[in-house]
Ligand binder design. Sequence first.
Ligand code: G1P
Ligand code: ZN
Length: 542
Amino acid sequence: MDLITVTTTPFDDQRPGTAGLRRRVEVFRQPHYLENFVQATLDACFSKGCTLVIGGDGRYFNDRAIQSIIRLGAAHGVARMIIGRHGWLSTPAAANLIAERNADGGLILTASHNPGGPDGDFGIKINVHGGGQASAALADQIWAHTKTLQAYRQLGAEEVDLDRLAEHDYHGMQIEVVDPLDDYCTLLEGLFDLDRLRELIGSGFRMRFDAMHAITGPYAKRLLEDTLGAPAGSVVNATPKEDFGGGHADPNPVDAAALVDFMYGDQAVDFAAASDGDGDRNMILGPGLVVSPGDSLALLAAHATCAPGYRDGLRGIARSMPTARAADRVAEALNVPCYETPTGWRFFASLLQNERISLCGEESFGTGSSHVREKDGLWAVLFWLNIIAVTGRSVDQLVHEHWARFGRDFFARHDYHIAERDRATDVMSSLEQRLGTLPGQRAGELTVADALRFDYTDPVSGEVAANQGLIVHFTDGARAVFRLSGTGTGGATLRLYADRHVTDPADVDRDRHAMLAQTMAAAAALAEIPRITGLAEPSAVI
Ligand code: G1P
Ligand code: ZN
């Protein structure tokens, strides 16, 4: 067995984004690309003798990447690697294993909801002790290493069979191939009232979970069908595929349109949900209703004590800045703090780790809690089922009762896919320069009340994350938020978010896009999106 030092030259595009490094598979397949990044990550984050958890969402290139990581890790002096069988671990399962096994961190191989397959995307997320993602400062250190890297070291050794549960001595590094489901399912089973859930399902309650051909299939089958007794076939698209069946494994009304159509049709069941490529996102549906992520977070918070894991109440709640403010109203009613963080789960991890909050969520169909340091799709599904089982209410009743008590926060997001990145940054910088002049300005029917740049100081570490988006408040109480996506792999995506609170019962059932049309139009005009980008309309309406 040889220790090989390979000379390399740095790549100039290895700065981690919102959630790790995400690139097209063809980029990752370039000679040295993956190895450079992994070596830089090991050097910046993990010292000799460490224990790492490794696994991914099973997408194309997952297996090849893991074998490289094994060779690089062994050469780096990693003492132990805990790897999910078949190289599989959903993101929340990986975060749980890191915490559970007191590992120093892990590498999660996923590009989340981005398409998979040879023509799709691949990614690496770096998680640290406790299970949360590397902080922005640590991500910058990795980036700094990638810029000066001259060589990487790997063992010239054989591949490891990852399809069998086993313990290997790999030239001095211990490799444990573990069941990717066991620890995670045990964790979730401890948080919820399984007897009530089995009773609900045994009473003829019908559900459908769409795994979208991605990693949550085996987890959902175990939890929903085997443990809770949902009829076989309740979990659909349950076999993980390397290309997610050619689809976009993202649980939102556009990419999971088949499930939405099903729930709006005559065959609709009582409850439906979907998750994404790596299992951290979720969408909840009732017959004829998609629950918005902001509402879902708020509703879980308002009913949290229904679930045994949350019986003692909540310490606090957090939501990402662009997420509608429904959770803030619940936090106020519960008299607990509500934090507004930048987009990306790593900002929640710090608050969770330091026991400032119990629940958190983002508008991008992500919800989670103190049980792991990543968002968690199936956790949200079980939490909803637990609330339905205890309250005896339907999804529709729960949502309407919530709106009757707190009002409704309408929310929508418009994404503009812009081929030339500079045009997207021009929109942001031009608006930022004009922020001071906006208050009082009219845009269509609306008037600007206030405009600001969102800079965040982590209340625990004091770390500052500047420039996390621009916010425009209108005098009617509506709000628009602008930011650039940090997870795309080509060009740029400008995200424009809008939210608006209504309390009049006559308004709560109105169409959300209609309710936000004026806000969206005013925001797009203020930022001069059509003029600067040439796009008259958004590329995607979520
Ligand atoms: C997107 C979402 C964000 C989420 C991230 C990772 O990031 O907007 O909420 O945390 O994916 O799932 P963005 O592309 O906006 O930077
Ligand atoms: Zn994801």
